[in-house]
Design a protein around this ligand. Sequence first.
Ligand SMILES: Cc1cc2nc3c(=O)[nH]c(=O)nc-3n(C[C@H](O)[C@H](O)[C@H](O)COP(=O)(O)O)c2cc1C
Length: 337
Amino acid sequence: MLSLSAYPIQNIELKNRIVMPPMCMYSAINGFVQPFHLTHYGSRAIGGVGMVIVEATAVSPEGRITDQDLGIWDNQFIEGLQSLVQEIHRYGAKAFIQLAHAGRKSMSSATPHIAPSAITFSEEYEQPVAMDIDDLIRFKQCFVNAANRALKAGFDGIEIHGAHGYLLHEFLSPLSNHRDDNYGGSLDNRARLLRELITDVRSTIGKQAVLQVRISATDYDPEGITPQDIIEILTPVKEHLDFVHVSSGGNALRRIDLKPLYQVPFSKTIKEGLGLPTIAVGLIHTMEEAEAILANNEADLVAFGRELLRNPYIVIQAYAKEKDLDHLPEPYLRAFK
Ligand SMILES: Cc1cc2nc3c(=O)[nH]c(=O)nc-3n(C[C@H](O)[C@H](O)[C@H](O)COP(=O)(O)O)c2cc1C
């Protein structure tokens, strides 16, 4: 099966094409990894997933969605994250981490909550403070420092969270970015922060780790961003990226027509338009669906989110079905023979 075949990238090899996408568990204490995280991510690794992406991990305290998010804004977080990487590696998965800043969608007790413009997301959220140039410089420095710490913790790859209405997406979208400086207005200006960050992170990590960005392909709003915009935004920094993780929405209160595989067409458009490998995600539930997406060249890797929360063993069940017993955890063999 294509979905169970290896995928070499940079200096690593994913043992298959199935990804655990980042999912906030809101179970950290003061940003620190807890025993829960070791069991939670370790279970998906033992379940056979090729790439485990650790949930949105905040690059600064006010960049957390809640006070229960994981943190990476200080060196004291490295040790816990290192244990998490070891746990993921123990079972043959590659360990990735999503680095994030929640921007105007932060509900953390740390303040100020910052954003490109002082525009509130919804009644549930506070009005953010518009970032000045010093804030932008500080934000980029936090991100680069976080990338360095991720390397020290031993992560194989870094995912920059540029989706779901959080800080970087807020800059990209004209719905949330009303700035009149170099970081607002035209698409090129709105793309500036993300492009600078991708360039800075790549120059920091070199070829030591895989680099990917998660984007929302559309705001589902006539005034918002489109898949074509994403292609334009990422083209100048394409050489720095290994994957684009294609999600959608999160920056506007719009009804989304949710149905199985609903984001896969965006993955295909971006893969073809940008010429970079993509990860497809969103209401994908079976290995057969994953196989079809890969066979149709709609993506290079496929992520199961909530499905992996329900069933951590979906991938080893597929190995067993293929009679590929070498990929099963040895202590579990008696359950599958
Ligand atoms: C509990 C939960 C937490 C999530 N946290 C994150 C996150 O930290 N970062 C992110 O980019 N997406 C997050 N997402 C979105 C998922 O990564 C994924 O894109 C989404 O669930 C759709 O995939 P699925 O239908 O396979 O679950 C989260 C989703 C869930 C269900």
